[in-house]
Design a protein around this ligand. Structure first.
Ligand code: NAP
Length: 525
């Protein structure tokens, strides 16, 4: 069976044999995808000329209502998404929930905050700026929805959330979306869009999906369009430097890979509450979605004197973890997404082993529960330790996109900050400490290179939202290697899909600009 693509307001079968999507536990072929034969140039133009105007006829709050309906449709089909996720990505129930329920939650969130924009069609930004002595002539900044199409090129690890966290702010802005999911897990995104289309929630042309190769997609993006890319740093470089993207100054957002850190403060003694919270979080980050999260903890920086005891605490938990076929109710961790990712993880681990010792796992002939290692794509959870992080190279550079983390010993704050910064820009770092002075120094030392820093102390305890969990009300993105992008952060996400301009004119007219504008000053709602 080949999955049809949805473009030009119609379901289209693709030409050619297509590419098979595989069950990573059994190795069975599930469905095929292909973008061959699609007229991508016209697909983008149709979205711009049909979907965009239809969306922008509505106000922000009317579009927020559409998002609420989308969330209802997705929630009604949740079981089917869990089924597809299990088949195509080998997810356990919590893994699938993280993606699917995260998608529904984010869509609902934007429906809710979108309603606060009331009836406006453009957004007023900031206060009136007096430009004349008598104040009759003034300037006012506005944000107007871009009259282009939002193109999403997504990563394989979040086929549901990755689609919704981008689509919700774009649609709320009045911008039609064309989604190109990553091939290995395109099925789930395609099914969600099929359900949204079937429910006739959105105007024709407001949503399209292209499964399979991106082909000439970037040759056809234009000035008013936006490209939002999530994936590896290597592909990001190709997207960023694409000649048409450069020539037309197409606005792009890049969310790329990241060597995220968790930091244990020097004040935290073993067997204390905060120590336990770090151990729990590292374990969760290593195993949830088999470590295939862009935000997952890759480096755990611990005071040198605690390296061994932290290692022992994590290893004892890993030892009892059941890894295998997620259809077995005892299993807590499934495979990585396919054989190619498995090979990439094993290659990454080989490099890390050159400068680290293995505290747990790392066995390339690992035997998962209820699965054939020859056909399946499992990676054994692996904990490494690096005693000489200052001279290490791979630890700060190689992203093993699977269930692996490395403990790195540090000696003092300067050493710690210097090593964390060698990730060259990350999505998130978390600090586990009760020492306000230490926390402040770390935040000041690494904040410019991290989109998010999470602090956990005894008062917060287990009430934090999680190192790897992206909240729609807070910024998601990171400097440098992490792509330099910014997503979410509540209504600030809408900025990407708007164009800012200033109108200079009669002050009394600008205050409301013909009643069109909603106040955009509450951007962190
Ligand atoms: P990838 O191989 O870079 O692919 C990402 C997307 O780019 C896929 O849809 C892929 O399509 C497409 N693509 C590949 N070459 C292209 C080209 N020349 N032109 C246009 N599109 C192209 O990444 P992945 O393996 O799917 O995802 C894993 C990586 O994503 C990890 O490194 C992870 O850290 C990162 N990630 C980052 C975030 C974040 O928010 N920062 C979130 C999730 C994942 P095909 O699949 O069809 O090749």
């Amino acid at each position: 069976m080949s999955l049809p693509n949805y473009v030009l307001g119609q379901w289209r079968e693709s030409a050619g044999a297509g590419e098979p999507l595989i069950d990573p536990v059994t190795g069975d072929e599930l469905v095929r995808i292909s973008s061959q034969g699609l007229d991508i140039e016209n697909a983008l133009e149709f979205a711009r000329s049909e979907g965009g105007p239809a969306l922008r006829k509505l106000t922000y709050s009317e579009r927020a209502d559409l998002l609420a309906k989308i969330a209802e449709v997705l929630a009604a089909n949740r079981d089917e998404y869990f089924r597809i996720s299990l088949l195509n990505a080998g997810t356990t129930q919590p893994d699938a929930s993280f993606d699917v329920d995260g998608a529904i939650f984010t869509t609902k969130y934007y429906a809710k905050v979108g309603r606060t924009l009331t009836e406006g069609k453009i957004l007023k930004e900031g206060a009136l700026i007096p430009l004349s002595k008598t104040n009759v002539f003034a300037g006012q900044h506005f944000l107007v929805p871009a009259k282009g199409v939002a193109v999403f090129i997504n990563a394989f690890n979040f086929p549901a959330w990755g689609f919704c966290e981008k689509a919700a702010p774009a649609l709320l802005s009045g911008v039609p979306v064309v989604v190109k999911p990553a091939s290995p897990t395109a099925w789930l995104t395609q099914r969600m869009i099929e359900d949204i289309v079937k429910a006739a929630v959105l105007p024709t042309g407001a949503i399209s999906v292209i499964c399979g190769s991106a082909r000439d997609l970037l040759d056809h993006v234009r000035e008013g369009d936006t490209v939002s890319f999530t994936g590896s740093a290597e592909t990001a470089m190709r997207i960023r430097s694409h000649s048409n993207v450069l020539r037309r100054s197409v606005r792009i957002n890049i969310e790329a890979d990241s060597i995220n850190s968790a930091i244990l403060g020097p004040d935290v003694a073993p067997a204390t509450d905060v120590f336990g919270l770090l151990v729990k979080e590292v374990l969760r980050e290593m195993t949830l979605k088999a470590g295939q999260k862009c935000t997952a903890i890759r480096r755990v920086l611990v005071p040198r004197q605690h390296l061994q005891v932290v290692g022992e605490a994590i290893c004892s938990q890993l030892d009892s973890l059941k890894v295998g076929n997620p259809r077995n109710p005892e299993v807590k961790m499934g495979p990585v997404v396919n054989k190619a990712q498995q090979a990439s993880c094993l290659e990454g681990l080989r490099r890390l082993k050159q400068e680290c010792s293995v505290l747990f796992g790392g066995d390339e002939r690992f035997q998962p529960i209820d699965a054939d290692p020859g056909k399946s794509a499992f990676v054994q959870p692996t904990l490494l330790a690096c005693k000489n992080g200052r001279d290490a190279k791979f630890v700060h550079d190689v992203e093993v996109f699977g269930p692996a983390a490395t403990l790195v010993a540090y000696d003092g704050q300067d050493d710690l900050i210097a090593m964390v910064r060698r990730g060259l820009g990350s999505l998130v770092a978390s600090v586990f400490s009760n020492d306000p002075g230490f926390i402040q120094n770390v935040i000041l030392g690494i904040g410019d290179l991290h989109g998010r820093t999470m602090v956990v102390d005894s008062i917060v305890g287990s009430q934090h939202t999680g190192h790897g969990n992206v909240m729609p009300s807070c910024l998601h993105g990171g400097a440098g290697r992490a792509g330099g992008g910014e997503e979410l952060a509540g209504l600030r996400a809408l900025l990407f899909y708007h164009r800012r301009f200033v109108v200079q004119g009669p002050a009394n007219y600008l205050t409301e600009l013909g009643g069109l504008s909603a106040d955009a000053n509450l951007l962190y709602l």
